[in-house]
Design a protein around this ligand. Sequence first.
Ligand code: SF4
Length: 730
Amino acid sequence: MPDLSRRRFLKITASALAAAGVAGKLGGAVVDRVEKVARSGIRKIPTLCDLCFWKCGAIAYVRDGQLWKIEGNPADPLSRGRLCPRGTGGVGAHYDPDRLRAPLIRVSQRGEEKWQEVTWDEALDYIAQRMQRIKAEHGPESMALFAHGIGGNFFRHTFKAYGSPNIAAPSFAQCRGPRDVGFNLTFGDEVGSPERTDIANADCLVLIGTHLGENMHNTQVQEFATAVGRGASIIVVDPRFSVAASKAKYYLPIKPGTDLALLLAWMHVIVKEGLYDRDYVAKYGFGFEQFAAALETATPEWAFPETGIDPETIRATAREMARYRPATLVHPGRHVNWYGNDAQRSRAVALLNALLGSWGRRGGMYVPVGFDVPGYPHPPYPKPGRGPVDNPGKKYPFASEALTTGIRDATLTGQPYPIKGWFVYATNLLNSLPDQAATIRALQQLDLVVVVDVIPSEIAGWADVVLPESVYLERYDDLSTNLFREPFLGLRQPVVESPQDQKPNWWIARRLAGKLGLEAFFPWKDIEEYLEYRLKAAGHSLAEIKREGIIPGAPKPIYFEDGAPAEFGTPSGKIEFYSTQLQKAGFDPVPRYTPPEAGPPGAFRLLFGRAPVHSFSRTQTNPILADLMSENAVWVNAVAARRLGLKSGDYVRLRHQDGVISNRVRVKATERIRPDCVYMVHGFGHTSRGLRRAYLKGASDAQMMSRYRTDPLMGGTGMNVNFVTLESEA
Ligand code: SF4
């Protein structure tokens, strides 16, 4: 196995960069080297990155049959030829020595991480027999699928063919769900992924709780750099002085949990001072008078004691936004499950954008466009005998996707009907759902737990059967058909072979379907036949997309002013400043602020976020990325740290208000955070012994999320409601 130490990786990257960028300056030696490399049989294969969900176009270099390096694909509108630090380190995913190698069946208690290796047929027969038993005894609805990302498409297909409606992903109730609901209630459409943010053309960018650059969404970060370079006015609202804050004209260190008060006060100023886009509001708006009346008391003076932001700064920033409208973009964020009022807070962000006239406008939020690619024909799915289990009685009336925690609740209570099996694809539920203890109790009650993953994650430790998936560099996935500012198709294709007995998701899903008697739903013989059919139906071919990795489409208008359709899928067909849907369902038709609950005296509110080199559990065991950042730190205000006798580099443990104690974690004492909260990067402190490089490195924020507050509109789990104290580690 190639030596992939960080030093060697950096050496390779530096050589490649030198060869690509400065050959002219260095003269003949580098050119000779490049020519020598070219003669040595390097193949360049376009594919899509999978180190996060963004699906950037990449080009993998294979030298003498071995994966060498990965760069951005210049033909791809998302990466534009440049990968983020995670994506560049993707080589480590292939060479990771901690990868799952063969199918495993458990030989001990669940959670003890003891299995024996079996063949694929043995593993899939085991699963199929138990799934058929669950179907016979409880109905197919009693099997639930948790699946994340494009790789989950074929498992979703198998589960629909099997007859289960219970298919969920944490990306809704634990991530972007409140935003999608808040924007849908306002504009009748969602923000999408990639988000429809025209950052590159924004003259004013407002980031409220969004640490762009640390949460590395490649395209947005590139556009952010463009906007900063153009001199765009940046306003950052965050209890922590983020990297983005360092580029800001205005930094507002808000008291955690009070964003809605600030948003209402901003809108109060913009309405009261007549700074909003009157023509836009008159043409597209519904219920503006009631909306304006509801803002009457939300003055900056009212918001000051709530938010800690002085009235003059609130007024100045509101006027700054209005000055640049409609090219003022209030970023909708992505991970927005914070305090349990998140759909209404996101609706307030949507309303502020509406006041500024930015939805559908250059420098605001464009109208995304895409390709129409037909699916591969298959028999109709059977109609499930019972509806989804996750949201009985539509308790959360605006939940537009299944709730992971709702499926967990049904597993625990047997209501409205029992869930007996979990099939988990590419999502480490123990790190993504709040209240780990509840997840473990649910896992212990199941008749069948199956996990498909590339590494032995914590959730794999609780599985009866673990199926090793090929990493993204070794497999095809379904076509990528993103909506974006220009239409394009993307293809993930294999670059190298899997080193052991790993298989791609499509193969596993198809083979399992065969064993369940559902082969009619997979009438194609392999993925290439499937992809060829879909591409031909769209007027293209597999050979074409394999060559470039991307198929661009003809540009279409994406701004209202250029002819993009100004259509709003709301009941009124307009932008709903006043929501009749919310009013009829008994909720506030215009968002209303309630203060967050205070924590115990002396405790810090625990906040969490992202770092540029990590996204999922699988990035933390990646040898290159783990070497770049092997553990997290807990950010503590410097004055608070001094009071506690702590300094940077000291180790502490976090003690949760409910008594949970974290793994040890280093202190980062800094002026860059308010004294009432602490902050950690998400995803560290792994407890799976198979993740040797990540095992007990840093502290797990997920372990500390034993409390959450459920959003009454859509069932999202607000997780910034946990408080901790710090205990010195000798
Ligand atoms: S943002 Fe980074 S990790 Fe995510 S797909 Fe793009 S290059 Fe890969």
